[in-house]
Design a protein around this ligand. Structure first.
Ligand SMILES: [Zn+2]
Length: 319
C-alpha cells in the first residue's frame, strides 16, 4: 500500500520542563493530595509519535490542577522515540528498538534482554506497580472513530462506561507479540481491583485526537474523583459533555502475520463491517485470510505488516 500523505495538525509540545519531575524517574511526576484515595496514573507517548497524549498531559500540567484525593501521577513513556519525532517522516518515531507496549510481562521485564524501550519500561515499572487506575493515551494510523480499549475484564468495561466517551468500547486480549502496559499484572488479573483503560484518540496527527485525548483524560479523572467537574471545565473540549450511546466491540481474534509477505485485498482503514462470513480480507504468503463470521468488524488494520505482528483484529458488536 502506498504511504498516505499525513497532515500534521498537532505540534509536539516541549516536555523538557517535566523531565526532572519529583519521583526520581525522568518524566514522571506524582501529585499527592495527602488525603486517602486511589493512585491514578495517566501516561502518554507509549508510542513516540502519538503526540495527542503529550498535548493532553501538557495542558493538565499547565493548568496546575491537583488531585482532590489520592494521588495523581503523570508520565511520558517512550521519550527517546518522541525525541526523534520528525513531522516530515512522522511514522518512524513509534519506537527506537522495539514496541514499548509489548514488553509488559514479568518474564520480559525481569529477563536479560536489553533495549532502549526495556530500559524505560523497567524504570517506569514501580509507577505502574503503584497505580490503582491507569489511562494510557494513544492514537491510530487511520482517521477512524476513537476507540476505548478495555481489555477483557468487566470492571474495565464498567469504567469505560462511566467515563462515557468515546462511543466505541473494544474488549480485546492484546497482541501475540507481547502484553501491553494496560494488561500488565493486576490490570489484567480478574482477582485484582487495579483497572486500566487505553484510549485510541483518533488519527495520530489530527487536531481532533488531542481534543478526544484531553476530554477522555478529564472525564477519567472526574469519575475517579481525582478532579471535580469544576476543576476540569476550563480545560474541557467539545466532547467533554457528550453522552453517546456506547457500543461494545468484542474482539474475537487477532490476525497475526506468519509469512514474509502479508497484503490486504483492499485499502481497509478500520471499523469496516464485512457482512458475509468467508469474505476475503488479505493474503499471508498467499494463504487466504477470511472473515470467520457474518458482520465481522475489522479493527485497526496495520501498515506495519511484518511477521509476528498483528495485521488486523476481528470483532463484532455485542451491545
Ligand atoms: Zn499507540
Amino acid at each position: 500500500m502506498p504511504e498516505p500523505h499525513y497532515a500534521i495538525e498537532l505540534t509536539p509540545p516541549d516536555i523538557e520542563p517535566y523531565r526532572s519531575g519529583n519521583t526520581g524517574i525522568d518524566y514522571a511526576t506524582t501529585f499527592d493530595s495527602g488525603i486517602a484515595g486511589p493512585h491514578v496514573l495517566v501516561t502518554a507517548l507509549t508510542h513516540g509519535n502519538e503526540i495527542c497524549g503529550a498535548i493532553a498531559l501538557d495542558r493538565l500540567f499547565r493548568a496546575k490542577l491537583r488531585p482532590r484525593h489520592g494521588k495523581l501521577t503523570l508520565a511520558f513513556d517512550n521519550i527517546a522515540a518522541y525525541g526523534n519525532f520528525d513531522p516530515h517522516v512522522p511514522t518512524t518515531s513509534r519506537f527506537v528498538d522495539e514496541d514499548f507496549n509489548r514488553l509488559w510481562s514479568p518474564a520480559t521485564l525481569d529477563g536479560p534482554r536489553q533495549s532502549i524501550e526495556l530500559t524505560r519500561a523497567r524504570a517506569l515499572r514501580p509507577i505502574v506497580d503503584a497505580a490503582d487506575f491507569l489511562l494510557d493515551i494513544h492514537s491510530m494510523q487511520y482517521a477512524t472513530a476513537p476507540l476505548m480499549l478495555a481489555g477483557t475484564l468487566d470492571r474495565s468495561v464498567a469504567l469505560a462506561r462511566r467515563v462515557g466517551i468515546p462511543e466505541l468500547i473494544m474488549c480485546d486480549a492484546g497482541h501475540a507479540s507481547g502484553p501491553r502496559m494496560r494488561d500488565y499484572d493486576g490490570f489484567g488479573d480478574p482477582t485484582s481491583l487495579k483497572t486500566a483503560l487505553l484510549i485510541e484518540s483518533g488519527q495520530h496527527w489530527e487536531r481532533r485526537a488531542a481534543e478526544i485525548a484531553t476530554d477522555v483524560m478529564l472525564r477519567f479523572l472526574v469519575v475517579l474523583g481525582t478532579l471535580t467537574e469544576a476543576d476540569a471545565a476550563p480545560l474541557a473540549g467539545p466532547h467533554f459533555h457528550s453522552r453517546p450511546r456506547q457500543r461494545i466491540i468484542q474482539v474475537t481474534e487477532a490476525v497475526t502475520i506468519t509469512g514474509d509477505r502479508f497484503e490486504f485485498v483492499e485499502n481497509f482503514r478500520g471499523l469496516e463491517v464485512l457482512p458475509k462470513k468467508g469474505a476475503l480480507i488479505g493474503r499471508d504468503d498467499g494463504r487466504e485470510v477470511r472473515t470467520p463470521y457474518d458482520d465481522c468488524i475489522l479493527i485497526m488494520p496495520s501498515r506495519r505488516l511484518a511477521k509476528g505482528q498483528t495485521a488486523v483484529r476481528l470483532g463484532r458488536y455485542v451491545d
